[in-house]
Design a protein around this ligand. Structure first.
Ligand code: SF4
Length: 97
């Protein structure tokens, strides 16, 4: 019987085809500055979002395309996040689903 893999091991086996154009965008950076909870940072398991002094840094290259950040931003944040899938076959390629 094959060994059971942890979530980290499964995610570590994923690969990414990065698009030059970010598929995650902020409509207006001022909305993030006044966002109290900044839930996008907390809900993303891939740690795509980081608060960097006075702005939100988005490492879209690591996005797992779950959409949790979009829900969090639009339900608990200031609705600044414009979320879309990467174009074509770009983005994450899950090895273990
Ligand atoms: S939740 Fe939305 S508004 Fe708040 S910091 Fe994140 S992207 Fe910006």
């Amino acid at each position: 019987m094959a060994a059971r893999l942890s979530v980290s091991e499964r995610l570590g086996a994923d690969s990414f085809t990065t698009d030059k154009v970010p598929h995650l965008k902020i409509a207006d950076p001022r909305l993030c500055r006044t966002c109290v909870l900044k839930p996008c940072i907390k809900v993303c398991p891939a740690e795509v979002y980081h608060w960097d002094a006075d702005h939100l840094r988005i490492n879209y290259e690591n996005c797992l395309e779950l959409g949790a950040c979009r829900v969090a931003c639009h339900e608990l944040g200031n609705r600044a996040l414009q979320w879309d899938f990467p174009v074509g076959s770009r983005g994450v390629h899950f090895r273990y689903g």
